[in-house]
Design a protein around this ligand. Structure first.
Ligand code: ATP
Ligand code: MG
Length: 377
């Protein structure tokens, strides 16, 4: 333990010398000895002693009680008075300054030692209480702001349910009221609308649930050896089937490896969301590509499109849930996909980068460490 440092404020040289000697005998270090309240403030700030022993009547304008007020409030240091002034008025003023002890001169060595020890431990206890209160306050503020954010997010998600639900309700009502007079083609159109609105609802629900799991740390990370070439080919093929001839989706591989240790489920969410965005934010007829690049210790996935791009001012926020760029117009979306992509990347201890220009296109690059030692080919 560090020796305790004490600052003596005493204007009578003889008493001061006696005090220094006694304190040193008791095992304390006297870091300085000053004779006025003004000097005491300067030294307390500069030396930050563990305790100040303060006479009340001092040289200069400021007496010991005024100096003590300043020292305790400005530097949060404990002050013990050591004085010959025991009259009622002085005692009342001294009490109001909430000192950590009050010793009358001539002092007794044992009382001096005990008072200092009690003052130090009371000060330490007060510091701990203050610290605990500050932490509790910060925790409460964090909890409040998180709960506000959660309600806001929930509200946004619920809001996103309204459009597909309205579509389902309208088409169902039309079928009910006019179904027997409608052509087969019109009936089919309404059924298709209901199906596609239901798909949208399912996707939003799944995304909200996935993100909820990731935020409460319940999203499992179970890496296992995966043939990434097969895996990517399957994802691209199934997306190509969904978008039919409207988009051309290509898959390219740089490097000769095939297997890496990754979490299949998370990687599926990651690539699917990036590819779905690439298609959704590009004009019909355009190209989208997924590139898998094997580097020495890193695996790189790149999804490129030639679509609407992302304005620079929106780019930094897109990985936060429910954030969408200013140029989405009426392209539907909840703003959850990239938050999920980010979480999946982080669970793999990877990083995600974005390179985009408005009306030119976008490339998302995900770099994941490639755990060579755990790969069993
Ligand atoms: P969701 O994926 O939840 O259905 P979303 O596509 O709006 O909805 P994210 O995938 O999180 O949400 O994307 C957030 C925003 O980032 C999008 O709303 C869009 O503004 C922008 N964005 C993402 N990918 C692209 C892209 N390839 N091209 C242009 N903008 C994109
Ligand atoms: Mg998306």
């Amino acid at each position: 333990m560090q020796p305790i440092q004490i600052l003596i404020v005493e204007d009578e040289q003889l008493v001061a010398d006696d005090l220094r000697e006694t304190l040193e005998y008791l095992g304390y270090i006297v870091c300085d000895l000053v004779a006025s309240g003004e000097e005491a403030l300067v030294k307390a700030e500069k030396l930050q002693p563990d305790l100040v022993l303060m006479d009340i009547r001092l040289e200069g304008e400021m007496d010991g009680i005024e100096a003590s007020f300043e020292i305790q409030s400005r530097f949060n240091l404990p002050v013990v008075y050591l004085t010959a002034n025991a009259d009622r008025a002085t005692l009342d003023r001294a009490k109001a300054s909430q000192p950590f002890g009050y010793i009358l001169k001539p002092f007794d060595e044992r009382i001096l030692g005990t008072t200092i020890e009690i003052a130090l431990s009371r000060h330490q206890a007060e510091l701990e209480v203050k610290k605990a209160l500050t932490t509790a306050k910060t925790d409460q503020q964090i909890a409040e702001s998180q709960s506000q954010k959660t309600s806001q997010n929930l509200y946004t998600a619920v809001h996103e349910f309204r459009n597909p639900l309205t579509t389902i309700k309208l088409s169902a009502e039309m079928l009910k009221a006019y179904g027997d007079q409608m052509s087969e083609q019109r009936k089919q159109n309404h059924i298709n609308r209901i199906e596609s609105a239901t798909d949208t609802l399912t996707t939003i629900l799944e995304n909200v649930l996935t993100l909820g799991k990731s935020e409460s740390e319940k999203l499992d990370f179970k890496p296992k050896p995966l043939d990434l070439v097969d895996f990517c080919e399957e994802i691209v093929e199934s997306l190509q089937l969904t978008v039919k001839d409207n988009y051309q989706i290509s898959f390219l591989v740089d490097g000769n490896s095939r297997v890496a240790c990754l979490d299949e489920q998370l990687l599926w969410h990651l690539l699917n969301n990036l590819l779905a965005n690439a298609v959704k934010y590009s004009p019909i007829g355009s190209q989208v590509s997924l590139r898998l690049i094997w580097e020495e210790n890193t695996l790189c996935f790149q999804v490129t499109d030639y679509g609407i791009g992302i304005p620079a001012e929106s780019q930094s926020q897109l990985f936060e849930p429910f954030h969408r760029a200013s140029n989405v117009g009426n392209i539907p979306g909840t703003g959850l996909g990239l938050a999920i992509v980010k979480r999946c990347t982080e669970l793999h201890e990877g990083k995600i980068y974005l390179d985009s220009a408005v009306n030119k296109g976008t490339t998302f690059t995900v770099r994941l460490p490639w755990k060579v030692d755990t790969v069993k080919v």
